[in-house]
Design a protein. Sequence first.
Length: 124
Amino acid sequence: MSEPSCGTVYRVRMRPEQIAGIRSLVDWVSSGWDDAARAADELLALPRDAWDRWLESHREARTMQLLYTLLDRAEAGTNPELVSFVMRHAPSIEVPSGAEDARPMLLTRAAEVQAALKGARSPG
């Protein structure tokens, strides 16, 4: 049997509940970004030592979208403390069933940002 070419299209039969589950995950991933940007603004207006308390008192803000937004801001502003904050809180974000890989993916992205920031600070 030969390997499929890049142009091969596979047919996959899915049950309606599988399609609904995928739609639900897409909706979750694509929503909440405006709220996350506002929450990031609010959090970053505080002193660093208040970030953890803020997130604890704003449980609704403990989202993948907020933490990715913070990573973007950390990278743009070369803020390693913000990356550490994201890494500390990534394991506790709420994710829907079927999206459990969101946490390790977020941690991987945080590690990439952390490494890039360390490289930017290194003399050379």
